[in-house]
Design a protein around this ligand. Structure first.
Ligand code: FUL
Length: 477
């Protein structure tokens, strides 16, 4: 008995010692905890709703009467329910668009909902939506247009004070918010308190002195991810079509994203391997061609939305999908139908991970706890190679052939983004065929195969990386 006990003790000790393998050191740029939470949301809604909805415009001039804002059937809970049913994890609302009309009763201006017929001036769309989001477990975010075509002081210090006051007012009353969206459209003609002129602000974004605004956010809502054109914690993916580039780093350097305060499209599109911040790409796209509701436009089809899902969530960033309530304040029925069908397609395609029944192996691993099996399923474990090993193959083997149309790869981004090149191969009739290849992976990469293949073995070859490989998951659908 005693010998058996000793043996058991020895085995346990051996196992413990063997398991004392440390994870690879993090890369120099890694996401903040709030950015990891943001990545995990994957998809959330934008809601463009304001006076433009009633004037049939995309950009209001700034002289519109607040009397025009009069939704006849607005119900914040119904709006949030659409978002929730579509499995969108958050909602970013246009609290103020370029025309300057405020959807909350701001104490800093009369150009707001308090002078509209909506609920006899007692309504507060921002507050109502924020509360409905909290009730239904959807995260709330705010779009506050920096460009304001209504404000008399736009272009001067007076407006900057007004703007910062509003950021403070919103975050105090409606925070915490998961994301603040500071649009890049800037300066031009407008009403400007009656001046009716063209106002250009200093070199794009520099006028706003973003660090001062960001200080207010950090003070009042520390968990907010800032989408801005200065010190971004999430960046524009460079287009409004829902397409993140295939080659896309989550890292970027602000001075290269915004040289002289202006957008650099290549830097926004691809990020930078040696960028100094974690500033991942977000794909903003509208369900219709406009951001605001226009009667003559149609929603995208479920198939189009599915394709957008693949080029956004499937390329390491997030999807910010815009809904445009109509003059009732309701998301149009046909848009809801398209959304729900899209959700069904995503669920059906990605609910059954074939890799759950596969045998995982790898050409090498760091050892205990970091073995190939760690890439199976959703958990915190990840596969890692030894220091100095930046390539490796992962094999998934089934006892019976499976039909595969999509391969999904996730890096363990908490330690940084590393993969520079990879190939996906399938074994058909004892021959390896390359069915997909790529450069970057990041939080999540979905590789659609040209056509479904029947195979009992898949191999993912990591051909180059910036450091030891750290792969969270490989799945097949
Ligand atoms: C753009 C704006 O000008 C559009 O109106 C819209 O809000 C879009 C999301 O961002 O820059």
């Amino acid at each position: 008995m005693k010998r058996l006990q000793n043996l058991f003790l020895a085995l346990t000790l051996a196992a413990l010692t063997a398991c004392q393998v440390e994870a690879p050191a993090p890369m120099s740029v890694t996401p903040l905890p709030r950015q990891i939470e943001w990545h995990k949301m994957e998809q959330y809604a934008f809601v463009h709703f304001t006076i433009n909805t009633f004037t049939d415009k995309e950009w209001g001039y700034g002289d519109e009467s607040p009397e025009l804002f009069n939704p006849t059937d607005f119900d914040a809970d119904a709006l949030v329910k659409v978002v929730k049913d579509a499995n969108l994890k958050g909602l970013i609302l246009t609290a103020k668009h370029h025309d300057g009309f405020c959807l909350w009763p701001s104490k800093y201006t009369e150009h707001s909902i308090k002078n509209s017929p909506y609920k006899d001036g007692k309504g507060d769309i921002v507050g109502e939506v924020a509360e409905a989001c909290r009730r239904q477990g959807v995260k709330f975010g705010i779009y506050l247009s920096p460009w304001d075509r209504n404000h008399a002081g736009y272009g001067t210090d007076a407006y900057l004070e007004y703007y910062r006051n509003q950021v403070r007012e919103l975050l105090t009353a409606y925070g915490p918010v998961f994301e603040m969206w500071f649009d890049g459209a800037n300066g031009g003609n407008g009403y400007y308190g009656g001046a009716n002129e063209v106002r250009k602000v200093e070199s794009g974004y520099l006028y706003y002195d973003w660090p001062k605004v960001i200080d207010i956010i950090r003070e009042l809502s520390p968990e907010t991810v800032v989408w801005s054109s200065s010190l971004p914690e999430a960046r524009w993916c460079s287009n409004e079509s829902g397409i993140i580039a295939e080659h896309c780093w989550a890292m970027a350097s602000p001075e290269e994203l915004y040289p002289n305060g202006r957008d650099s499209m290549p830097a926004l599109r691809h990020g930078q391997e040696h960028g100094t911040r974690w500033a991942p790409a977000e794909a903003d796209v509208s369900i219709r061609s406009g951001w605001f509701y226009h009667e003559n436009q149609e929603p995208k089809t479920p198939e189009q939305l599915f394709s957008i899902y693949l080029t956004s969530v499937g390329r390491g960033g997030t999807l910010l999908l815009n809904l445009a309530p109509d003059r009732r304040g309701r998301v149009p029925e046909k848009d809801i139908a398209s959304l729900m069908e899209w959700r069904k397609m995503v669920d059906q395609t990605f609910s059954n991970d074939l890799a759950a029944n596969a045998e995982f192996s790898a050409t090498s691993s760091r050892g205990c706890g970091f073995g190939a099996k760690s890439m199976k399923g959703e958990d915190n474990a990840f596969w890692a190679t030894e220091d100095g090993v930046t390539t490796g193959d992962v094999m998934l083997k089934w006892s019976e052939p499976v039909e595969v149309k999509y391969v999904m790869i996730q890096e363990h981004i908490a330690l940084g983004q590393r993969v520079r090149e990879f190939s996906v191969d399938v074994n058909v009739g004892n021959e390896w065929q390359q069915v997909a290849k790529g450069t970057t992976v990041g939080y999540k990469r979905i590789l659609p195969l040209e056509e479904a293949v029947s195979t009992d073995e898949i191999r993912v070859r990591f051909l180059d990386a910036r450091g030891p490989l750290t792969i969270d998951r490989i799945a097949a659908y």
